[in-house]
Design a protein around this ligand. Structure first.
Ligand SMILES: [Zn+2]
Length: 184
């Protein structure tokens, strides 16, 4: 997927998580910008810094590292007034993971690089209602966007738990219960 589309999707993910009510909109724009930096992969090969377009498009860069930084921030900010680093890394994890999923729509990605060369893509689907109407009911784009939406839902849910813990001073179990109740 092109970098501009990634940026717009990341921006929409940030707005969907409703963070702009408490944090500056410019912060969401900045994190969206950070999430498209992995597309530097497109330039590393022409510039001679890499052999293939995969250095940053893998689960270690898009999920494990930002998620670990989120957990570390959560630990260190739990007794402070600020939650900005945990929010930053939570949103960055959502946006980067969504970026990788969106790229998997267009073709296989070596998501376990450098550990494995296994290529993964979204299922190649094309379900048509009738042969007369070209536009399918579900195709690979739909599946990819559904997974992206699911990632946003998980991000919103975690953010809800953090909100209840911090604002209402609840323990983890009660915060989880409140977050679940918010959804129904
Ligand atoms: Zn990309």
């Amino acid at each position: 997927m092109d970098t501009l589309s990634h940026f717009i999707l990341a921006l929409l993910a940030g707005l969907a998580m409703d963070l702009h009510r408490k944090h500056r909109l410019s912060l969401i724009v900045f994190i969206s910008f950070c999430s498209v930096l992995i597309d530097l992969d497109h330039f590393l090969v022409p510039w001679g810094y890499a052999m293939q377009y995969r250095s940053f498009h893998n689960i270690f860069i898009v999920f494990l590292i930002p998620c670990t930084l989120f957990l570390i921030s959560y630990y260190f900010e739990r007794n402070t007034r600020s939650d900005k680093f945990q929010i930053f890394f939570l949103l960055l994890t959502v946006m980067l993971t969504g970026h990788l999923i969106a790229d998997m729509i267009q073709g296989p990605v070596q998501i376990f690089h450098p550990v494995s060369d296994m290529e993964v893509s979204t299922p190649q689907l094309d379900i048509q209602a009738t042969d007369d109407f070209i536009s399918p009911i579900v195709n690979s784009y739909g599946v990819g966007m559904a997974v992206y939406a699911l990632i946003i839902f998980v991000g919103v849910f975690i953010h809800d738990i953090l909100y209840h813990q911090r604002r209402k001073r609840l323990n983890s179990r009660d915060a989880l219960r409140h977050a679940i109740r918010d959804w129904f």
